[in-house]
Design a protein around this ligand. Structure first.
Ligand code: SF4
Length: 468
């Protein structure tokens, strides 16, 4: 993670070092950046590692199995570092942030009393005040409420790393859906959207710093309903249309979405906003109506099929990605077969699939019909084989096609460049470094399950590379 450049300090601001350890999703990566931003005015700049840091933040994720145990194991390691620094006369503030902090705050302070700050994802903007209190306090500072004010209103502007060609931008947080298996509504709170003016200002700044592609983030990003610049309620499509007007911004994406929140104008935007890339991550989780009901997803498998048909009517080349949970309590062989059928029907360009594992406090955790681990393993292997075949086939169909690539980095070999297709495939080809940050057409020469090789059709001249 890139931390902000050295802030301008007043003569009395002490210099301090910060190390942030980030686990989990892109939202956490973004949040870690914002925590660093919020601490920069206090004199915090990037440390080389925890041993070099006056403050260490462990930004945690609750989505995987045994999340809390992993946190305690990492805290044990950080405790030793804190003790070594104390022996050398240096103090260290140790903070635990993120979803495990939100869910297990009391447990953390009980089992790891050397932790100074525990903060939930909704309270990052209060971090400077918490640091001040930690310096004064005899015990840990805990902030895991869902404050009435929105943290978006209090966070400073994102300090984008200069030259970053792609960037994430959080526009929405939280979730009201309460899927049976998921902790997010309990750890991130209710759905909240950022005002459009603030999103647009941040986007303009990111683009001014060099970003060509922005990915809008939210736990339920397509539930976005924020205050528009005209004072009205804007949905995600309206926000995307406004962002697409920013000169120099050539690509837009958004993730993660819920099928229930795909509003008509968002579906239409896939057909009429050229900057909106033809790739959509739209989790379905299961293809069985019985299991979808047990998961509280509030849509059927056929609702999902119809939704995809409508999206493809607007954007025929739309590539799809999804999440699947295998072995939710009550899932039978018949339910699993329905999931396989749905995958066959839709055809995914890529997907993420997981075995169900119980999250304490969620409705599914105590539900009857637990699927034996061996059965889950077999079903997951079968499902992943099908998804891998689909991904391989999707990539193979690109052979011989001319595809636009946003060039984002130098490749491993000298003279090689790397980037992404509109469908989020990784592409490598030989070309000059002057193409970094440009969208150039390439011809696909070879494909594998995970990436594409290509050849430049022509090297654009300087005039052709001039920004529109
Ligand atoms: S919609 Fe997504 S974030 Fe919300 S509860 Fe369901 S799985 Fe969790």
């Amino acid at each position: 993670m890139k931390l902000p450049a050295e802030p301008r300090l007043s003569p009395v601001t002490p210099r301090r070092r910060l190390h942030v350890i980030t686990w989990g999703c892109q939202m956490n990566v973004y949040d870690s950046g914002r925590m660093a931003d919020v601490l920069a005015p206090l004199g915090y700049t990037a440390a080389d590692g925890p041993a070099d840091a006056d403050m260490v933040i462990l930004n945690t994720c609750h989505i995987r199995e045994k999340a809390a145990e992993k946190v305690f194991s990492e805290l044990g390691r950080l405790r030793l570092i804190k003790e070594e620094r104390a022996a050398a006369g240096k103090s260290t503030i140790l903070a635990v942030a993120g979803c495990v902090a939100q869910a297990e705050g009391a447990e953390i302070t009980a089992r790891a009393p050397y932790v100074d700050i525990v903060l939930g994802p909704q309270t990052y903007h209060r971090l400077p005040e918490m640091v001040a209190r930690a310096h004064r306090a005899a015990g840990p500072v805990i902030e895991t409420d869902f404050p009435v004010e929105q943290k978006f209103d209090f966070l400073p502007e994102q300090q984008a790393a200069p030259g970053a060609l792609t960037a994430f931008l959080t526009v929405q947080e939280g979730c009201d859906k309460f899927c049976s298996f998921c902790v997010v509504p309990y750890t991130r709170g209710a759905e909240a959207s950022r005002p459009a003016a603030s999103v647009l200002a941040e986007a303009r700044r990111l683009v001014a710093n060099g970003a060509r592609e922005l990915t809008l983030l939210g736990q339920n990003v397509n539930a976005y309903h924020g205050e528009g610049t005209d004072g009205r309620d804007w949905g995600l499509a309206r926000l995307i249309r406004a962002l697409a007007e920013i000169p120099g911004l050539v690509r837009l994406r958004y993730t993660t979405s819920h099928p229930r929140d795909m509003e008509d104008d968002l579906i239409a935007a896939h057909g009429d906003v050229p900057a909106l890339m033809p790739f959509l991550h739209l989790p379905v989780q299961s293809g069985s109506d019985r299991i979808l009901a047990a998961m509280n997803r509030k849509h059927t498998a056929d609702d999902y099929r119809r939704l995809i048909d409508r999206l493809r009517a607007h954007r025929p080349d739309l590539a799809l990605s999804s999440d699947f949970i295998i072995g939710h309590p009550g899932e039978t062989a018949v339910d699993f077969a329905a999931t396989m059928r749905l995958i066959e029907d839709i055809g995914f360009a890529q997907a993420y699939s997981f075995k169900y594992s119980a999250r304490p406090g969620t409705p599914a955790a105590g539900a009857p019909g637990v699927v034996p681990e061996g059965e889950k393993d077999n079903r997951l292997a079968e499902l992943q084989a099908l998804l891998r075949d689909q991904q391989t086939a999707f990539n193979a169909e690109c052979t011989g096609r001319v595809i636009d690539v946003l060039v984002t980095h130098a490749g491993r070999r000298p003279g090689q460049l790397g980037g992404r297709s509109p469908y989020l495939q990784a592409i490598h080809f030989d070309g000059p470094m002057t193409l970094l940050g440009e969208v150039v057409p390439v011809k696909i020469t070879h494909t594998s399950t995970n990436s594409l090789s290509a050849a430049l059709i022509f090297t654009p001249s300087k005039q052709e590379l001039a920004p529109a």
